[in-house]
Write a protein that binds this ligand. Structure first.
Ligand SMILES: Cc1cc2nc3c(=O)[nH]c(=O)nc-3n(C[C@H](O)[C@H](O)[C@H](O)COP(=O)(O)OP(=O)(O)OC[C@H]3O[C@@H](n4cnc5c(N)ncnc54)[C@H](O)[C@@H]3O)c2cc1C
Length: 175
């Protein structure tokens, strides 16, 4: 569960982690998954959170963002800032609404912190979903090193069963 993300690990988790590193170094025993998703953005999280419910073992590898672009650098942060601008614009027009306001200032550090707080809250929500569904989240860059085999240091992940490929095809047709 979210192994590389969590800093504190139980003794047992540490032991498993060390065993895994040794296996990676030997490159003999990759971890087996039904599905490994490179990039944990909007396009992949629904699949990541759905397939464990079908009994599939799923891992998501993202090099930078928990939740991908949308909650971190794109849709939601931009709307957060736009909303601040809208509130500021209302303040500028207070006279029009019969409200007296003796000037105001915009504290951009506060605006940015509000946006970051929102992103952190969303990151927590995503991690909770990973935890609740049983999908594993790995923070790291992933790359193919062989067919059906991805290396995201220090993890070596192998994936793909015939049954899972069938389900994926079905889902993409439904979309
Ligand atoms: C400013 C802005 C505002 C937007 N506003 C809206 C909006 O209001 N409504 C809307 O519908 N859309 C909006 N979009 C578009 C929307 O954000 C994207 O369409 C959506 O986030 C794409 O999702 P995705 O899952 O395809 O990719 P992403 O969310 O970008 O996910 C890709 C992920 O892959 C990871 N990755 C890439 N390569 C690797 C690798 N080798 N190993 C590990 N991880 C890797 C990246 O770190 C990233 O997190 C906006 C975009 C921007 C830039």
């Amino acid at each position: 569960m979210n192994r590389s993300f969590r800093k504190e690990k139980s003794h047992e988790a540490h032991r498993k982690h060390i065993i895994l590193i040794v296996q990676v170094l030997r490159k003999t025993q990759p971890e087996e998954f039904d599905l490994v998703i490179l990039g944990g953005g909007t396009g992949s999280t629904i699949a990541a959170w759905t397939f464990p419910g079908e009994g599939k073992r799923v891992a998501v590898v993202d090099r930078k963002y928990i939740g991908g672009s949308c909650p971190n650098i794109a849709c939601l942060p931009s709307k957060n800032i736009i909303h601040c601008a809208k509130v500021a614009s209302y303040f500028r027009q207070t006279n029009e609404f019969g409200i007296t306001c003796d000037g105001f200032a915009i504290d951009m550090a506060c605006v940015r912190e509000r946006k970051r707080r929102m992103a952190r809250g969303l990151n927590d929500m995503y991690m909770e979903n990973y935890s609740n569904t049983g999908a594993e989240f790995i923070l790291g860059t992933g790359r193919f090193i062989a067919p059906r085999t991805i290396l995201s240091e220090p993890f070596l992940l192998r994936f793909g069963t015939h049954s899972c490929s069938g389900i994926l095809q079905e889902v993409s047709l439904r979309f």
